[in-house]
Write a protein that binds this ligand. Structure first.
Ligand SMILES: Cc1cc2nc3c(=O)[nH]c(=O)nc-3n(C[C@H](O)[C@H](O)[C@H](O)COP(=O)(O)OP(=O)(O)OC[C@H]3O[C@@H](n4cnc5c(N)ncnc54)[C@H](O)[C@@H]3O)c2cc1C
Length: 243
């Protein structure tokens, strides 16, 4: 399905709020200052990040729903020894301004593409998937059914943990967690990496669903292999690799 391209804009925006999501992850809320910034759920922007006298240009998926018009949210996870992600998660304060350009990307979903969604994410790969879930809820798309399989290393690293829990109150949204390295004693989710059995158990209509895979390149490749093993048509799979 060919979607009409959204207009690419370049604008300075002020950080009006910094939200701590996990010990390594922050959400930066930018004031859109009346700009009518339009994008498809799943798209990203390029952010100019000042670092030791240079400007680093980095891609960040949009976390907030396109129905949210006043502010734009980006969620950044600190990469060990990373540069931009360290500036954004450890040094950035309310009142700072950044140059933003976008939206970009083909990792998008609109209801016309399919109404049975399976979202597979690892770590910060949740961000564009969260945008889709927030959009489903805020636009009241009750005919859309979405299943999220979200993999993290540790419980404390689950981004948007409480909001994801609240989302499960919606009968059309299902959230499934797995933890790969440690888990609390009373943990009710899965442990270990997402595998074919988990997908078989948790996804209702495997052949007729639309799949969105996002996270580190290896995670995305592994998930694509699992889906191939389950007989999913490769045209039903969209991928976004955070490399
Ligand atoms: C489409 C897209 C969307 C994305 N969306 C998000 C998002 O929503 N949230 C998010 O958190 N991330 C996202 N990313 C990843 C993001 O763009 C950055 O890659 C990430 O924040 C790391 O940037 P950095 O400057 O901190 O890391 P860099 O400094 O570029 O380092 C990256 C890696 O290289 C290593 N490294 C650093 N310096 C050197 C060096 N001098 N020599 C060798 N290796 C080095 C680091 O250890 C690190 O592992 C997205 C990426 C893409 C492509």
């Amino acid at each position: 399905m060919e979607l009409e391209k959204k207009q690419i804009r370049e604008f300075k925006a002020e950080v009006v709020k910094v939200i701590t999501e996990t010990p390594t992850t922050k959400t930066l809320v930018f004031d859109l200052n009346g700009l009518n910034f339009d994008f498809y759920p799943g798209q990203y922007v390029m952010l100019n990040v000042p670092y030791k006298g240079e400007i680093l240009k980095r891609a960040y998926s949009i976390a907030s729903s396109p129905t949210q018009k006043d502010t734009l949210e980006l969620t950044v996870k600190k990469v060990p020894d990373g540069r931009a992600s360290v500036v954004l998660t450890e040094e950035t304060k309310e009142g700072e301004q950044f140059l933003i350009k976008g939206p970009y990307g083909k990792f998008v979903w609109v209801p016309e593409m399919g109404t049975k969604l399976v979202l597979l994410g690892a770590g910060s790969g949740i961000v564009p998937l969260m945008c889709m879930l927030r959009y489903i809820i805020s636009a009241k798309l009750e005919h859309v059914r979405a299943t999220l399989l979200y993999s993290n290393t540790h419980y404390e690293e689950i981004i948007y943990r409480e909001e994801l829990q609240d989302m499960e109150k919606h009968p059309n949204i299902k959230v499934v967690h797995t933890l790969t390295r440690s888990h609390p004693p009373n943990w009710k989710g899965y442990t270990g990496r997402i595998n074919a059995d988990m997908v078989r158990k948790e996804v209702q209509d495997i052949p007729n669903s639309l799949y969105y895979l996002c996270g580190p390149p290896k995670f995305v490749d592994d998930m694509a292999n699992i889906l191939a093993e389950l007989g999913v048509d490769k045209h039903s799979i969209k991928k976004e690799k955070y490399d």
